[in-house]
Design a protein around this ligand. Structure first.
Ligand code: MTE
Ligand code: MO
Length: 218
């Protein structure tokens, strides 16, 4: 047996796939190995904590809709079917929460932000992206942060549908920012010329939220 690339099954294939995985994760790159992989002030956890404002809206895949609008050439209003018809991507990322826990090697599946950007085409004036969620929560990132290659609108985690507590049917994942930026239960993605600080950004948390430079508060 061989896979689509002609790689034979067996131990050698496993090693090749492991090394492919390392490439995706940037393992052994300066700034990502050993202690460097863990941002300052963080500790590693094995479980996945649930953090939110206490409201966990239950939205079925049938009733789920996603509006992507504002300063874009091609605004869309996706049903579940429309969303699933987009290119589906799997990737592995770490999570860094501002409450100091980090969780390594989360397997996500969904639509990359870059796939979405190619579809809606932000206008020249679009510099900010605002996520609106079903619990009334919002968070904001720069267009540059949203355009990162590992930003994803995820529907699955570890091969399972994302649970309601973790933001299913679909949540945002922006791995290189503290996790509060990653809106759960997303219903609208708005592109703007001017910034709109979100729920935590209006409550003493940093607007940019880079874990590596410890942009926790601000
Ligand atoms: N819609 C929504 N998204 C949200 C939140 C929230 O309260 N509502 N909390 C944020 C915070 S502070 C964190 S740390 C992560 C937690 O995600 P998890 O519960 O899946 O770990 O979700 C973020 N996204
Ligand atoms: Mo958080």
């Amino acid at each position: 047996m061989a896979d689509k690339d002609g790689i034979p099954d067996g131990a050698r294939a496993k090693l090749i796939r492991a090394k492919e995985q390392w490439a995706r994760e940037g393992r052994l790159l300066t700034g990502k190995t050993g202690a460097q992989r863990l941002p300052p002030g963080q500790h590693r956890v094995k479980d996945w904590p649930v953090l939110d404002t206490g409201i966990q809206p239950a939205v079925s895949r049938d009733e789920w809709r996603l509006a992507i609008d504002g300063a874009v050439e091609n605004p869309v209003h996706w049903t579940w079917r429309d969303y699933m018809a987009q290119l589906q991507t799997r990737l592995v990322t770490d999570i860094h929460c501002v409450t100091a826990w980090s969780r390594y090697d989360n397997n996500w599946e969904g639509v990359l932000a870059q796939t979405l950007l190619a579809e809606v085409r932000p206008k020249a004036e679009a510099h900010h992206v605002i996520f609106h969620a079903h619990d009334g929560y919002t968070s904001n990132v720069t267009l540059e942060d949203f355009a990162a290659p590992d930003a994803i609108l995820a529907h699955s985690w570890e091969g399972q549908a994302l649970s309601t507590p973790h933001g299913g049917p679909v949540r945002v994942v922006i791995p290189h920012r503290y996790f509060w930026k990653s809106a759960k239960w997303v219903r609208r993605i708005e592109f703007c010329a001017t910034d709109k600080p979100g729920f935590w950004e209006n409550r003493g948390y940093h607007n940019d939220a880079d874990p590596w430079t410890e942009e926790r508060y601000g």
